[in-house]
Structure formats: C-alpha cells, structure tokens
Design a protein around this ligand. Sequence first.
Ligand code: NAD
Length: 229
Amino acid sequence: MKLKKKLVVFTGAGISAESGIGTFRDSGGLWEKYKIEDVATPEAWAKNRALVLDFYNQRRKHAMEATPNTAHLLLAELEKHYDVQIITQNIDNLHERAGSTKVLHLHGEIMKARSTADPTLIYELSGWEIKLGDTCAKGSQLRPHIVWFGEMVPNMDMAATYVQMADVFVVIGTSLNVYPAAGLVEMASADTPKYLIDPAAFNLLHIPKLTHIAEKAGNGVKKLVQLLT
Ligand code: NAD
C-alpha cells in the first residue's frame, strides 16, 4: 500500500466566516464589541465570572447553530487522497462536524468545560450554557475549556512537530496576529510547498515556496483541491 502524503492545514477564524461565525479582527469582528481584557483573560475571570461565562455561552450558542461550509467539507474529503492533519486556532467544532478525523485545537474547544480546581477534568457539553454554580466532580466552578490570552498554549509543541513533518502545508483564514500560533507558518521546511488562502494582503515574501490564493475559504479550497489532486 502506498503511504499517503502528509497534508497539514492550519486554520483560523476566517475559515468559519462563511458559516456565519464572525472573525476577531476584521471590521465588524468580535473585538469591536468586546474588550479582550474584559472577557478572555484570567484577570477577567477573577474579576467577573458571570460576564466571561455569558460571553462564551453566546459564542457556544452561535457555534451550535452554525454548520460546516464548503471549505470544511472539502478538507474532510481530502482525507481520501492525503493524510490530513488539521491544526486550528478556532474554538468551534466545524472541522469535526464536516468529517475531519485529525483535528488539533490550539486555543481550546467551546463545546467543552473544564474544572477550575483540576485541569485534567474536562467535560463535553451538550447544551449551550455553563452557569455560575455548575461544578466539576471535585465541587469547583466549571470554566470554558478555552486558552485565554496570557495562558500557555499546551498543544503548541505537538502543532510544531506536525508542521515540520508536513509534505504540503496550507494556512487558511488567519491574520497571523496571535502568537505563538502565528509562528507556525515559519516552521515548515524550506522545500515544503505552502499555500495561504486568505482574501487579505500579506507580506510573507521571505517564506520559500509559498503560493497565496487570495480568495475566501470556500473558493480558495476549491482551487487548492484542483492543485493537489
Ligand atoms: P483573525 O480574526 O485575527 O483573522 C481572520 C483572518 O481571516 C483575516 O486574515 C481575514 O482576512 C481572514 N478572512 C476573513 N474572511 C475570510 C473568508 N471568508 N475566508 C478566508 N479568510 C477570511 O483570526 P485568527 O487569525 O484566527 O486569530 C484570532 C483568534 O480568534 C484565534 O485565536 C481564534 O481562536 C479566535 N477565533 C475563533 C473563532 C472560531 O472558533 N470560529 C472565531 C473568531 C475568533
């Protein structure tokens, strides 16, 4: 049997935009309505748990109503031809719902809750709300299973290893503003073909063998599939 080539795909908020989930930094994006420091930091949690829970409850509700778009679905189909590893900065589960089988979440998962006393206690949520007073098995308040600004990114080393092993590396819909995740783009080997799918302009000329497909995710991934299969 011929081994499939390893296709590593690094996605950001832009891939879920066509599913109706807003990005953070685009105009009309989430951070125009909320301040990061009020809702997505350990300090915010210490100051106002109700506000933080409410922010993520709204995100969860919205993510549950959204459905995978063409880009998510085509990436799942590419598993017929490639060993596809998704690395996502997104907290939604649209890659999984589209059928992708290997998805590494860098910034956490909105459909999970975690104990505030023991980080190994992680729970799958079926509803949209975590309420004040919802507790883990050890009796402490549950928090969203999200990596907040200022927290460590536990899956970063694993992600870097995947990128270094890639035969083909694809980046979709990320402004490359949030570190350390954005640094992944620099880690693929010099001779690995790389594709960036994002309608915005980027200054990445220093990265060898990079093709910029300046399209929204759906059309961009259609073009990618034509190039790769
Ligand atoms: P970002 O908001 O900083 O950047 C979004 C990027 O997507 C921009 O480069 C923009 O040009 C591009 N884009 C916009 N519409 C697009 C489309 N239709 N197709 C392709 N690209 C499109 O997002 P980021 O770089 O992912 O970083 C912000 C952080 O926000 C991440 O940590 C991520 O976890 C989080 N986030 C997640 C979600 C989600 O889970 N769906 C949504 C918003 C933000």
